[in-house]
Design a protein around this ligand. Sequence first.
Ligand code: ITT
Length: 190
Amino acid sequence: MQRSSRFVAFATSNEHKSREAERVLSEFGISLERLPGKGTEIQADDLSSIALFAAKEASRRYLKPVIVEDAGLFIDELNGFPGPYSSYIYRTLGLEKFLQLLTSLRSRSAVFRSSVSYCAPNVEPLVFEGVSKGSIGSRASGTYGFGFDPVFKPEGYESTFAEMTLEQKNRLSHRGDSLRKFARWFLQNE
Ligand code: ITT
């Protein structure tokens, strides 16, 4: 693995995301500085547009290169719902009511998606997309992680993300996937 003393700033209000990112990027020798918030979250149907807009705004505000991430849970049989609205649905319903909504589904297949956007001042932002396929369990299980982690089982595993250590989740997660793509690009290009 390459080692260097490179830094990147991550603008996020979510402490869990920041901890996951810190661990993934440290494997590439990249240190993370956390900035308090992502800024304006535009309404859009795709995560990458949301992340690109926020990264551009954040790099202008903080006058330095930043990454921001937008992520969501997409249920196949519901045509991708809640997708970009995952945060709102989680805050409004909580996990129990969310699971009740899914009782009539024939298939519980779902994917987590993550779009990480990198932007330096006066440079057009880039985006790196990550995905984790899996399914929604019938009940919440586990105490690690955040958000929908207690109900999401990655493909090939009986455990939910909330039953896995941060390292295990990072190996399998949408965020680990997008951040590793970013890190490889960053080490070669910046
Ligand atoms: P920032 O925008 O400030 O980074 P946030 O938590 O609001 O933090 P998002 O806008 O990307 O992040 O919202 C994504 C929501 O999707 C998040 O609040 C969770 O409910 C859910 N989510 C995304 N990634 C997740 C993960 O790895 N584990 C569990 N839930 C996740």
